[in-house]
Write a protein that binds this ligand. Structure first.
Ligand code: XMP
Length: 195
């Protein structure tokens, strides 16, 4: 599904000023349902270990796993690359270990958004070294135009252009994670961004 160009019909409290709705909660629900169908088809009845990247993947993980009916374990890892009000990734901080064992498990690494690809590829490498039986990746949003590391998610929801988005778990300076829609922030006022 491609982004709708619909502006917010009226300013709503809690939304960033000047934001534009890319995907409504309803569009997100049907895309998550479609993704769950693809994941069910790939794994069947096999037990799945979902490793969700916090904090951004929290809302997506909560919705996705409730649509999966195979035996399922949920673990989390913390990775952070955006700092405060910055829209550009800072140095990536990764945990030493996921908090759930993954050896000999079917592991599905879940993140909210695939941007430069640094986070997902570094985490996949880290998890892959722990000997999972299989390792796949799932992301709700994909910004392929920003890719620095060549990685594609095995399951993905929406492809978006180079916009900074918030809502449905994604934040700007820790705000807006609670929005039911995914919205694009207006571009920064000051010139083109570096890198
Ligand atoms: P990389 O560049 O490693 O980025 O693929 C993945 C992580 O960066 C964060 N990210 C965003 N967060 N709006 C956000 O709120 C965005 O548009 C955005 N782009 C990247 C996110 O935490 C993701 O896990």
């Amino acid at each position: 599904m491609s982004p709708s160009a619909a502006p917010l019909r009226e300013p709503r409290s809690g939304y960033p000023p000047g934001a534009r709705v890319l995907f409504t909660g309803e569009q997100i629900r049907s895309t998550v349902e479609r993704m769950a169908g693809e994941i069910r088809a790939a794994y069947g009845e096999q037990e799945l270990t979902v490793v969700a990247v916090l904090h951004g993947g929290l809302v997506f993980a909560a919705d996705l796993i409730r649509r999966l009916d195979m035996p399922l374990r949920l673990g989390v890892v913390m990775a952070s690359s955006y700092r405060g009000e910055a829209r550009e990734p800072a140095a990536l901080e990764l945990p030493q270990h996921p908090q759930l064992d993954v050896a000999d498990r079917h592991v599905l690494l879940l993140d909210d958004i695939l941007d430069t690809g640094r986070t997902l590829s570094a985490l996949a490498e880290r998890l892959g070294a722990l000997g999972p039986r299989s390792l796949r990746t799932v992301t709700l949003l994909d910004k392929p135009s920003r890719r620095v590391v060549p990685i594609q998610a095995d399951f993905r929801g929406f492809e978006i252009p180079d916009l900074f988005v918030v809502g449905y778990g994604l934040d700007f300076n820790e705000r807006y994670r609670n929005l039911p829609d995914i919205v694009a922030l207006p571009p920064p006022a000051t010139g083109p961004r570096p890198g």
